[in-house]
Design a protein around this ligand. Structure first.
Ligand SMILES: C[S@@+](CC[C@H](N)C(=O)[O-])C[C@H]1O[C@@H](n2cnc3c(N)ncnc32)[C@H](O)[C@@H]1O
Length: 303
């Protein structure tokens, strides 16, 4: 269900102002769908910050997920060599045809990004460019599945700069020791170096969401932050360590591996320099990697 629209020239009118956005919405009789996370940005300042963080230039490609009526797309078109914007809502396709009428380097693809073969899309759209980044104001209901798809599919990305719910951004960037640090922090930091670009009040959207937002920049590492014996085992170890946050590492590990292995687990943890009485939320990525490798070598938690 993919449909492409190539554009010619340069559009002059900014989409992301309160008046222009309201005019477009009225002109097309567009009704926002909460179920698709439709909150459109109306603040030029924030758009400039998002685009600046992505470090684009004419040799780079940008993938936008969910262009809406084209507020961010316009800015990307001016900064990147090529832009591909993937939008799920067919009612927005004719609107984008108008608002992006001037942008020669933009292609709109009508699809659900979660169902799209992004490797194929990248080969078709971004071949020959010097780098590709994802830049988006993400629909909040699918933020984590979208980001995990981008990371787990090992797409050749430089940066992911996305507006997401502030609470989720804080969890992604959290360091060990706090209540925000969890398996999402470990998964994101395994693949990327995260930094919060700015926090964003709910007043810069139409309609306004119920939560505050943040722009987070995830710079992809050349190789994962830690070495693992087996990646899937590493992530299973992390999941198990956070299974019940109030429990000690020992209790979480023995629920996963089996109560009859408590002695072995004690000596494995101590061998890694990790006190069994610690909680999962205090372990660094390096410690999770050490623990996973030792369990793996002992044949524990393999399936
Ligand atoms: C938060 S709005 C952002 C709109 C625009 N980029 C802006 O900043 O004003 C999220 C957009 O993602 C689209 N969307 C939601 N789920 C999607 C999916 N699975 N694949 C592609 N686009 C999706 C929505 O229709 C909406 O246009």
């Amino acid at each position: 269900m993919s449909e492409s629209i190539e554009r010619q020239g340069q559009s002059a009118v900014e989409v992301a102002t309160p008046t222009r956005t309201r005019d477009i919405v009225k002109k097309y009789g567009f009704e926002f769908k909460k179920s698709l996370g439709q909150n459109f940005l109306i603040d030029q300042n924030i758009l400039h910050k998002i685009v600046a963080a992505a470090e684009l230039d004419g040799t780079k490609g940008a993938l936008e997920i969910g262009p809406g009526i084209g507020a961010l797309t316009q800015h990307l078109a001016r900064s990147a060599g090529r832009v591909t914007a993937v939008e799920i809502d067919n009612r927005l396709i004719p609107i984008l045809r108008d608002t992006l009428a001037g942008e020669a380097n933009v292609e709109v693809v009508h699809a659900d990004v979660l169902k799209l073969n992004l490797h194929e899309l990248f080969a078709e759209r971004f071949e020959g460019l010097s780098g590709i980044s994802v830049v988006a104001n993400l629909p909040y209901y699918v933020t984590t599945p979208i980001l995990m798809k981008l990371l787990e599919e090992r797409l050749p990305l430089e940066h992911i700069v996305v507006m997401i719910q502030k609470e989720v951004a804080d969890r992604m960037a959290a360091k060990p020791g706090g209540k925000e640090y969890g398996s999402l922090s470990v998964a994101v930091q395994y693949y990327c170096e995260p930094s919060i670009v700015c926090t964003v009040p709910h007043t810069v959207f139409i309609p306004q969401p119920n939560v505050d937002s943040a722009v987070i920049k995830l710079s992809l590492r050349e190789k994962p932050a830690v070495e693992t014996r087996d990646e899937a085992h590493f992530f299973r170890t992390v999941q198990a360590s956070f299974a019940q946050r109030r429990k000690t590492l020992m209790n979480n590990m023995s629920s996963w591996i089996g109560k009859d292995h408590r002695e072995t687990l004690t000596s494995i943890m101590e061998g890694c320099g990790i006190q069994p009485s610690r909680r999962g939320e205090t372990l660094s990525l390096e410690e999770f990697a050490k623990l996973s490798a030792a369990l793996y070598d002992a044949g524990l938690g393999l399936s």
